[in-house]
Design a protein around this ligand. Structure first.
Ligand SMILES: [Zn+2]
Length: 242
């Protein structure tokens, strides 16, 4: 079985993967409250699972998924127990230094895949920061912004349409599919820190939402590997990619 997770490789395996222009995915999550019914690793679990499933599904070129960056930027959740947040500057430095290390080992296709709304603006800003300050080209997406996902999800969800409510229909459905033993549906209800209606979540919806996100990521990874993605982005004319 092919290895798609960075953490399970041996040091002798990296050079040839870099030569094959492997796309590397850095999943970025959070450890924060998700109501009274979901585990605090919900965001990390969702984005890491989408990344690994997509990587396993692609045979025409290698895709490597790094261990999830599990603390995100979640100061707004600190009023609830269990939340672990980095400060803004630390979070930016962690993301920067992980990308710099991946680049140092010869990888030139680096994708941040984010799973937490509070990280979105910071993740997006990593592209100009890394290009200007480190001459490293990356792309950054939050999983619900992947190609085709919003349209696909609209036909699946009853309430979370065009907006991913915190610990609501989408995140709860995904977790019912990915970590069913860690979801307590009898505690699923609106409480402070929940935005939306988690009672509408089902495992079946979760599987369909997950499959649509994986499909979107596969599409993005193929375009990234072929060069089509960079061609569609203006910054390739400004940023060296070597
Ligand atoms: Zn979340």
């Amino acid at each position: 079985m092919k290895t798609t997770e960075w953490q399970y490789l041996r040091r002798t395996e990296f050079a040839s993967l870099a030569e094959q222009a492997a796309v590397t995915v850095i999943p970025v999550g959070s450890i924060e409250q998700h109501g009274e019914h979901l585990p605090i690793n919900t965001d990390a679990s969702n984005c890491h699972s989408i990344a690994t499933r997509a990587a396993e599904s692609i045979d025409s070129f290698p895709v490597l998924v790094l261990p999830v960056v599990w603390p995100g930027y979640s100061p707004h959740h600190m009023v609830h127990p269990g939340t672990i947040t980095l400060s803004f500057d630390t979070f930016v430095r962690v993301l920067t230094e992980v990308a710099v290390c991946v680049h140092a080992h010869g990888f030139r296709k680096i994708l941040f895949l984010n799973g937490h709304g509070g990280n979105s603006a910071i993740i997006s800003a990593m592209r100009p920061k890394l290009s200007a300050e480190h001459r490293i080209a990356v792309v950054a997406y939050t999983y619900w912004d992947l190609p085709g996902v919003a349209v696909a999800w609209r036909s699946i969800c009853e309430t979370d349409r065009g907006f991913v409510g915190h610990a609501a229909e989408i995140e709860t459905s995904l977790q019912l599919y990915l970590q069913p033993g860690r979801v307590v549906m009898r505690d699923a209800r609106w409480v402070p820190g929940v935005y939306g209606d988690p009672t509408l979540a089902t495992r079946e919806k979760g599987e369909r939402l997950f499959d649509a996100a994986v499909t979107g990521l596969i599409r993005l990874l193929r375009d990234y590997h072929s060069g089509a993605l960079e061609k569609s982005l203006e910054w390739t004319r400004e940023v060296p990619t070597d």
